[in-house]
Every structure is written in C-alpha cells, then in structure tokens.
Design a protein around this ligand. Structure first.
Ligand SMILES: NC(=O)c1ccc[n+]([C@@H]2O[C@H](COP(=O)([O-])OP(=O)(O)OC[C@H]3O[C@@H](n4cnc5c(N)ncnc54)[C@H](OP(=O)(O)O)[C@@H]3O)[C@@H](O)[C@H]2O)c1
Length: 416
C-alpha cells in the first residue's frame, strides 16, 4: 500500500497566484482573519492565542453558530485581554450556505475548527474558493482533503484562494520538519527521509469524533482517493512518494517504528511534488516511534480494536457519547504533554538527523500552529500559490520562523 502514491502535481505551489481575484477580494474585506468554530475546545485556545499574539493592526473576528456562546467567549477573552472587549462577532452555520458565503466574503483568511470536517467542512471550502479567500483548517481527514481537491481546487486557482488543510499537529510538524530536513541535504539528488513521531498527550471530544468517523469510513476514503487520482495531473519528470513502510526496529532512533498511515505522509509527498528543492526522486516514510516491543504490539492491538469497533454503528455511537464535543484535556494535563518528531534524511552521500519538538501537540501547539498559519497567510510575503496547497508549499520558511519564535523547536541534532 502506498499512502501518498506518486503525488500529483503537488498542490500547484509553483502556479502563479491568479492575477484577477474574485470581486471583493483583498483589502476591501472587513477582517484580516476570522476564526470559525471559536466556541469549541481548540477554537477557544486559538482565540486565546490570537488575543495574546495577533499584531495590533490585525483586524480579526470570532465566528460560530451560536451568538450567545460567542458573546460569552468574548467576555472571557476581555477579562484577560481588555482589547478584546470590542471583538466583532460573526454568526454562521455550516448548514447554512448563505451564511458561509457572507463569512468567506468578509475575510482575507478564514481559520476553521468546525469538524469532523467530512461532515461540516465542504461548504466553507467552496465558499472560500469562490470568494478568493485564503483558508486554513485542522483536518487530519484524508477523505475530506481529497474531496475538496476534486470539488474546489480548480475554482480556487481561478480566484487565487489558497486552501491549506492540516494546519495543526496534523500535519505541520511533519510537513515542515521534512521541508527543514531537505534543506540540510544536497540539491538535485534523490533524497530519502524517514520521520519518527513520539508524543505524550490526551485528546478532546472533537478529535475523538473525527478519528472514529474516519475509522468507520474506509470505503469512502478509498473512493475519494480514487476520484482525486482521476482529476490530478501526474507529476512529470520527477518522483515524489510516501510508501507505507513495514514495522521494524530503527537503529537510527533506538526505538520500534510502526508505519503510520495518517494524512501526514500524503501531505509530505504533495509538498515534495510542489517544491523542486526536494529533488528528482523523493521518498518519505512515516512512523510512530515506540520504545519497547510490548508497547509496539499493544499500540497496534489498540488501534486495530478501535478500527474494528468503529465499523459497528451502535459501538461507535456509544464511544462518541463517552467523549463529548467541546471537552478536552485540562490545562494541567496539557502542560505535561509533549511531542517530538525525529527525521533521518539521506541523499548525495550525506546523512542528517533533525528534530521538531514542542509541548501539548493536540491542543496548545495545534492552536498555535493554526493561528500562526492564518497570520502568515494574512501578513507574510510568501511564494505565489493558489488552489489546494500544503503548509510547506504555501508558507514554508515564514511559518517555520513564526513557530520557532513561538517556542516550537526545529533543530539539526547531528550529521552522519
Ligand atoms: N490537526 C490536529 O492535530 C487537530 C488537533 C485537535 C483537533 N483537531 C480537529 O479540530 C476539530 C475541532 O476539535 P475540537 O476538540 O475543538 O472540537 P469541538 O470542541 O467539538 O468543537 C467543534 C466546533 O464546531 C462547531 N460546530 C459544530 N457544528 C457546527 C455547525 N453546524 N456550524 C458551525 N459550527 C459548528 C462547534 O460549535 P458549538 O460550540 O456551537 O457547538 C464548535 O465550535 C475536530 O475536527 C478535531 O478532529 C485537529
């Protein structure tokens, strides 16, 4: 199985941004950034991050389906950051296309935490593609990313909208970590990179709902990937692949490596297809890194049990009820959480070991990554891209600089 297959044209990152964006795009917009889903668990953390870190000139707004919830959130923010007392509120519902059109037309960048995205996300992507509005989200759902590619990529290219999925722990540390690793290796030669993920953390109701939803949609995921392959032009003259590796003991990290068929390796392969610096023949393999064999076997069994349970609707419904939307780990638990992704890159006779690491991956760092991605699209001088683009292709160095300044570490551990 090949998680990314040969990546297609690579999200169009080398394509010029359209010269004539849709009517109303750009400076005429009321807001630089609108945060949709602000009342959810990660939504509120992202709002707090923007309250603390958005530059003074940033015109931003809170959006959601429930005005009372937005008002209460604004009061909580204003108690800590008085300048938030007048934050604009935008009411929109994922089930109301008119409200999504207005939301997309009001902003230069929309950041959304409204998931599971395969249920709630498509309308907003379509509205942003139509309005020429840049878009960032937290999806880790391959089916959703493939469907929005098929439905909205072409229109987004026409209007100049940058549709950047997976701006949280899925897939920022992996996509930018590989981008960073590639830059430590020689140019114009075949490159091989392996990534090894470790984390100590808990998840929220929203993440649990998204994961269970994806586990129960195997057929739909395959169908969406097939549709995408039919639409996406092949990459010509270069190769960019993310095959699923086998389980193995990794001498490089001294841990057991279990293949991770998440969205991340697909995103990495799309970045490699979009960016010439990844070389003529690029291969990435993505692993979970586990210290002992019993832990590796236990982890595999637990994931297998989760996937099996998710096939049975009553079990899925029972599990969903146990983890309510809007709930997640406490601030104390998050403060003890961490992640580390180690990369081993090889090519042209050189070898490099790099690492991306930080605090609580699913929530504090995810909120930071989403907010900084939105600010980067709004304010940084970036390569000209449009359509569905990855974080590396759309923002690359600018986002690494932002995340480093915000405390996420990107480092070369050693060269071999
Ligand atoms: N990429 C990553 O690493 C990562 C990490 C964490 C989370 N996530 C993903 O991010 C998403 C949010 O997670 P979470 O824990 O914050 O979930 P959550 O607390 O359940 O929040 C979901 C948000 O969606 C809103 N919503 C639901 N239906 C809506 C509709 N019809 N119209 C408008 N808004 C609607 C909710 O509004 P109300 O407040 O009004 O109910 C809430 O604001 C999930 O899909 C999760 O998988 C990804």
């Amino acid at each position: 199985m090949d998680t990314g297959a040969d990546a297609g044209r690579g999200a169009g990152a080398r394509h010029e941004r359209a010269a004539a964006p849709a009517a109303g795009a750009g400076a005429a917009r009321a807001y630089d950034v609108v945060l949709f889903g602000a009342t959810g668990f990660v939504g509120e953390l992202t709002a707090e991050y923007l309250a603390a870190h958005a530059p003074a000139e940033c015109r931003w707004a809170l959006a959601g389906r429930n005005r009372a919830g937005l008002t209460a959130l604004r009061e909580r923010l204003a108690a800590r950051w008085p300048h938030c007392a007048e934050l604009p509120l935008v009411v929109a519902d994922a089930a109301d296309p008119g409200s999504l059109r207005e939301l997309a037309r009001s902003a230069r960048v929309v950041a959304t935490t409204v998931g599971p995205y395969v249920w709630y996300g498509d309308g907003l992507v379509g509205a942003c593609a139509e309005a020429g509005t840049d878009y960032v989200d937290l999806t880790g759902e391959a089916e959703f990313v493939d469907l929005t590619y098929v439905r909205h990529d072409a229109r987004a290219r026409e209007t100049g909208a940058r549709i950047v999925h997976a701006c949280g722990f899925d897939s920022v540390p992996h996509d930018l970590g590989v981008y960073f690793t590639v830059q430590q290796l020689p140019a114009d030669v075949p490159l091989r990179v392996d990534g090894f993920v470790r984390a100590g953390a808990q998840f929220s109701g929203g993440t649990f709902a998204s994961a269970l939803t994806a586990f129960g949609r195997g057929r739909e995921i395959l169908r969406a990937a097939h549709e995408r392959r039919l639409h996406e032009p092949r990459l010509v003259g270069r190769r960019a692949r993310a095959p699923l590796g086998g389980p193995r003991f990794s001498r490089e990290t001294g841990t057991w490596a279990l293949p991770l068929p998440t969205l991340d390796p697909q995103v990495v392969a799309r970045s490699a297809a979009a960016i010439d610096r990844y070389g003529p023949d690029f291969r990435y393999r993505h692993y979970a890194s586990v210290k002992t064999l019993p832990m590796a076997l236990g982890g595999t069994a637990a994931i297998g049990a989760g996937v099996t349970a998710a096939q049975l609707p009553p079990v899925r419904a029972w599990l969903m009820e146990r983890y309510q939307a809007g709930q997640g780990p406490s601030a104390e638990r998050r403060a003890r959480s961490w992640f580390s992704v180690r990369f081993v890159g090889e090519g042209g006779g050189r070898r490099v070991f790099t690492e991306v690491s930080g605090g609580d991956p699913g929530y504090d760092e995810t909120a930071k990554m989403l907010a900084e991605s939105a600010l980067s699209l709004a304010f940084d001088p970036l390569p000209k891209t449009s359509g569905q683009v990855t974080t590396a292709a759309a923002m690359g160095d600018a986002l690494i600089d932002r995340l480093r300044a915000a405390g996420i570490r990107f480092r070369v551990a050693h060269r071999g």
